[in-house]
Write a protein that binds this ligand. Structure first.
Ligand SMILES: [Zn+2]
Ligand SMILES: [Zn+2]
Length: 374
């Protein structure tokens, strides 16, 4: 990230007066878009993801937000500021931060008292897929980072055979108060990084962190015909159990991206087809986009605006069934605008020779009106 930090509100694209929910929803959108899982190897996306996460970590915390509103980036400690510090847990830990924002855990959750042989927590993974992927199914690779206690030191962070001491700089509090002029801010203790403990000889396996990030890769098979908010359960792919307990499950929750042309109506695909006034009157053979590519469609002569033409079997496959919905093409007749002199003259001539026969529905409508009011 460059030295010149962008304004956090600008990063999230929200107003300075934005409420908690608006901020959260703006962040979710950005995080889903730039999540490293969706953009493997894309450094720009990764930077954007981090930038948005940092902005959210500050704006979601009323104290940090107030400080930021008054003093800007400088108020939060400038370049050395660690936005994830103190986000409901000791020390800077992006994984936990991320889990918290995305509500990784259905019920239960980390840190609650657990008995012997306890089942691991269920995990939730929000996955965005494209319209066509939802229609025809796809395989997706999921990268799931999680933190596991370091085996070498049993999670203490101190080299095997030694144990951590209370941090002398903060007396174990994990934070220090800095007073600058008329205001003071609390920052994580720089000596112990907020843990409150001093480790004389760090465990070489985990560099004293006590935990190690382990990344798992899983492939989820998404069947044809899924829709927005479909949940796919992957048995046993959640958090590992404790003391020999079974693992939890992983729930993949799908979000289907909107399509620029198509809309879903259950298993039918709906789209609009703009046609010209002469095409509607005279009839036409046109090409219309479908999930399978361009298909010919016949517009009968005298087609009215709003008419729906059905293409059988061109919709979305039905989930776990060997059938497909239909494509519904709604015709939109466009009235010509910006007529030139010749076109205008021809249309006027057309109207003149047509008389009442030009619009049968309109004629019968005005006949009824006449009966009612005369
Ligand atoms: Zn260790
Ligand atoms: Zn300390």
């Amino acid at each position: 990230m460059s030295d010149e930090k962008r304004d956090y509100y600008e990063v999230l694209g929200v107003d300075r007066s934005a409420g908690e929910r608006e901020i959260k929803s703006a962040y979710r959108k950005l995080a889903l878009r730039y999540h490293p899982d969706k953009n493997p190897g894309d450094k720009t996306a990764e930077e954007k993801f981090k930038e948005a996460s940092e902005a959210y970590a500050v704006l979601a915390d009323p104290d940090k937000r107030a400080t930021y509103d008054r003093f800007g980036h400088q108020g939060l400690g400038g370049a050395n500021f660690d936005p994830f510090a103190g986000f409901g847990f000791g020390g800077a830990d992006f994984g936990d931060f991320f889990n918290q924002v995305f509500g990784e855990f259905f019920g239960g959750g980390r840190g609650r008292g657990r008995g012997r042989g306890q089942r691991g927590s269920d995990l939730r993974y929000n996955l965005t897929i494209e319209f066509k992927e939802a229609a025809f199914g796809c395989k997706k690779e999921l990268t799931i980072p999680r933190l596991e206690p370091c085996e070498a030191c049993g999670g203490s962070g101190a080299k095997a055979g030694t144990s951590p001491q209370t941090c002398p700089s903060c007396n174990g509090l994990g934070e220090v108060r800095l007073t600058q002029g008329f205001f003071s801010i609390v920052r994580p203790c720089p000596s112990c990084g907020g843990s409150g403990r001093h480790i004389a000889t760090p465990c070489p396996e985990c560099a004293g962190r006590g935990r190690r990030e382990v990344t798992r890769t899983l492939v989820v098979d998404i069947p044809a015909g899924v829709s927005d908010a479909t949940r796919i359960r992957m048995s046993g792919a959640g958090e590992p159990g404790l003391q020999g307990g079974p693992p939890g499950d992983l729930f993949v929750v799908l979000a289907v991206e909107p399509h620029p042309i198509f809309e879903r109506d259950d298993n039918d695909v709906v789209c609009e087809l703009p046609i010209s006034f002469p095409q509607a009157a005279l009839g036409a053979e046109l090409q219309v986009p479908t999930l399978d590519g361009m298909e010919p469609i016949k517009i009968p002569a005298g087609t009215q605006n709003g008419k729906v033409i059905k293409l059988r079997g061109k919709g979305v496959p039905m989930l776990h069934r060997d059938r497909r919905g239909d494509q519904l093409v709604r015709v939109v007749v466009e009235t010509p605008t910006k007529l030139n002199a010749e076109q205008r003259a021809l249309l006027e001539k057309f109207a003149e020779i047509s008389g009442d026969a030009i619009s049968p529905a309109s004629k019968s409508f005005f006949d009824k009106v006449r009966e009612l009011f005369e």
